[in-house]
Design a protein around this ligand. Sequence first.
Ligand code: AMP
Ligand code: ZN
Length: 458
Amino acid sequence: MTIRLHDTLQGRKVPFEPLKAGEVTMYLCGPTVYNYAHIGNARPAVVFDLLARVLRRRYKLTFARNITDVDDKINAASVETGRPIDEITEKYINAYNEDMGALGVQPPDVEPRATQHIDVMIEMIQALMDKGCAYEAEGHVLFDVASHAEYGELSKRDLREMIAGSRVEVAPYKKAAHDFVLWKPSTPELPGWDSPWGRGRPGWHIECSAMAEKHLGPTIDIHAGGQDLVFPHHENECAQSRCAHDGAPFARYWLHNGFLSLDQTKMSKSLGNVLLVHDLVESIPGEVIRLALLSAHYRQPLDWSAETIQSARRMLDRLYGALRGIEISDEARAAATAPPELVAALEDDLNTPKALAEFFALARALNKSNDKKEMIELAASMYAAGDLIGLLGSDPEQWFAGHVEGEMPVAEIEALIEQRNAAKAERDFERADAIRDQLREAGVAIQDGRDGTTWRRG
Ligand code: AMP
Ligand code: ZN
């Protein structure tokens, strides 16, 4: 069986075949580093980390995930906070890698930073100028969309319709509304680099095209990102790269993850409902967050709520529960492989709901078995499946003792609830409320009822 992937360009699931036998190149648009990643940003990181793990079983993979460290949002954050740009980007690059690491995301093979690739961007812009696909106007260099007949192929947009329905305000220096910036001038206080068009900085789209070419070559196998990037970001990347490479395909397969909503609402700063991974990992084990993100198929929307987290926690309790009390040697673990049905589900366009169902079937078989040898084999298989999906990294006993990093142990929760009840009995409501807040901060919600106080995580 070959791996099958849903390609946005073809609009369907197709067999995957890399350009070079045995080798795969994959590029994922990474973070713009001006604040902490939210749980929606974590979805592509986790989903495509899983794809990277699945591909590595069969191929020599080179996986690049870039860092956008030059951007107007970063400049604005610097003005707002009064901190230098380098300090801001360094802080959020580290935080991003730490937070994604907590979710079991393995580091990519290459993590190119835009500011370290300005020379290759300038070269690509120059090539586009030379080929007649770009023009200079008032210190800007713009991509001439009309020069690329296939423009709109990825997002299935017709340029003529786009022009007719366009409400885009046209900058006076643009030939057409949809022409986009490759290079723009910088004022002295803004970051800038010398170029044939004066001191300036690159547009966002050119970064990815230039870094993908530099690290993975002119045609890459897989290009991935969130659904919102299809237009304009990926459409523009595709146009630039194809024009720069005389029409050669840019990516053989385009993969896009669906969006994550929060309690059925769009996550947005203005609504104040943005959940940061940095905060979540303080009180919820990374594996719970990872499993919650993988519980829906990656192309489907995913709604994030207390229930999503609780259900992922219950699933992990079931998996760890099956493994409890089973002694297994390192050799047996190393020799085991993930069950073929589970691997087949992942190789079928990353069907995680089906793969998880196979995982639970294994746990059920283990729960039922009384045969010591079989139990060890099933447990080893479960650990191998966990290694592939990026789960079951804890010791089962530790899991249940609540000693998983970042999680308050059950005994501590119960002791705090007792102390709070004692405080209430003494009418020390200030203390009682302080304990409730302490628990809430640790991700534990409590509820007072007729039969006493109950608690739950998440
Ligand atoms: P950004 O920093 O906004 O460019 O986003 C980084 C990555 O997160 C991109 O691949 C986006 O498509 C993705 N992304 C942003 N918001 C969400 C969301 N709510 N759900 C899923 N993916 C998202
Ligand atoms: Zn990109």
